[in-house]
Design a protein around this ligand. Structure first.
Ligand SMILES: O=C[C@H](O)[C@H](O)[C@H](O)COP(=O)(O)O
Length: 344
């Protein structure tokens, strides 16, 4: 996946979320660059002295890199990281991030981690990298949990990607556990499969367990009920649904109106405005949404027209530099107010 971004310089400049120059030619952001944008944005919430949950996966890796960089530059200090996997532990150690564990730091200030799916209520599926157990222990112990994803992770319902919903199980008699899990979600067309590694052997987690991946064709209904039912199966260690745990989700992507409308109350955006013609085209490069105390950040590419049921609150215009204003756009009943480039 790639999006066009009207930015003058390299994509690294775009990654620092500096305002794009509307006069320049577009650059294309890869999915990995979008992940990095989300990760860098999340690290802005990190403060010196914090105990941090360090997530696992290709998105979280960018956040850990960034924390290491800021420590090296002296912009952060006195950080303690609690890694959610052996891989993250190795990465953090190589970056010189001081580490500890949950036993010595039972309360974590902030955790930053990726996710495999994010539903409109900010429920997550995690664990396609196999780290769900430690992630859930760490992220369940933090005051603030920021999830960082690119827009491909947004789903209408948990399991909605059609990809794996992982469950960590004890190795002994795993097939019996898998059968029980599959029959639990029979009505949703569930197929349960043992995860294998590249050699065709059972994938083994950092905790010495196996993973059963559940593939769902339909919604599984009440997620809390589903969670309780899975955890009641003897042999199940933990599942990859993270319900009501994310306090913030940062989404980097090309569209802002895909799935967000159900939990959005207001929208704040950085807009590039042509000084000579404020009412017309704007370049909207990043958007923050608040809904029920939760924040979404979307990063947009290409020029967008703000229209429809949006009220720009002029008195909240905050001049930032040459062409950048901080606006607050109030969401009303129709959320499809920002066109994507494909709409033109
Ligand atoms: O076990 C892996 C973790 O839950 C990851 O956070 C999740 O799979 C997302 O990974 P990525 O950022 O690589 O898509």
């Amino acid at each position: 996946m790639a999006i066009a971004w009207s930015a003058k310089a390299s994509s690294m400049e775009a990654l620092s979320l500096s305002p794009p120059n509307p006069m320049s030619s577009p650059v294309v952001l890869t999915q990995d660059e979008l992940k990095r944008i989300a990760a860098y944005k999340a690290v802005e919430f990190v403060e010196s002295g914090m105990v941090l949950g360090l997530g696992t996966g290709s998105t979280a890796k960018h956040a850990v890199d960034r924390i290491g960089e800021l420590l090296r530059q002296g912009k952060l200090s006195n950080i303690v990281g609690i890694p959610t996997s052996k891989k993250t532990e190795e990465q953090a150690l190589s970056l010189g991030i001081p580490l500890a564990d949950l036993d010595s730091h039972p309360t974590i200030d902030l955790a930053i981690d990726g996710a495999d799916e994010v539903d409109p209520h900010l429920n997550l599926v995690k664990g396609r990298g196999g780290s769900l157990l430690r992630e859930k222990m760490v992220e369940g112990a933090c005051k603030k949990f920021i999830v960082i994803v690119d827009e491909s992770k947004l789903v209408k319902y948990v399991g909605g990607s059609g990809l794996a919903m992982p469950v960590e199980v004890v190795p002994i008699w795993w097939a019996t556990t898998a059968r029980k899990l599959q029959s639990l979600f029979e009505d949703s067309g569930c197929v349960a499969k043992l995860r294998k590694d590249s050699k065709g052997e059972p994938f083994v987690t950092d905790n010495g367990n196996y993973v059963i991946d559940l593939y769902l064709k339909k919604e599984i209904g009440d997620l809390q009920v589903a969670s309780d039912a899975m955890l009641r199966i003897t042999g199940v260690v933990e599942h990859g649904m993270f319900l009501d745990m994310a306090t913030t989700v940062i989404v980097a992507g090309s569209y802002c109106c895909k799935t967000g409308d159900r939990f959005l109350n207001s929208l704040s955006a950085n807009l590039l405005i042509d000084d000579d013609d404020e009412s017309s085209q704007v370049l909207l490069f990043s958007v923050w949404w608040w809904g029920q105390g939760k924040v979404l950040v979307f990063t947009l590419g290409e020029e967008e027209t703000v229209s429809g049921n949006v009220r720009i609150v002029k008195e909240q215009l905050k001049y930032e530099d040459d062409h950048v204003y901080q606006l607050q756009l109030l969401y009303s009943d129709n959320f499809n107010f920002i066109k994507s480039s494909s709409d033109y």
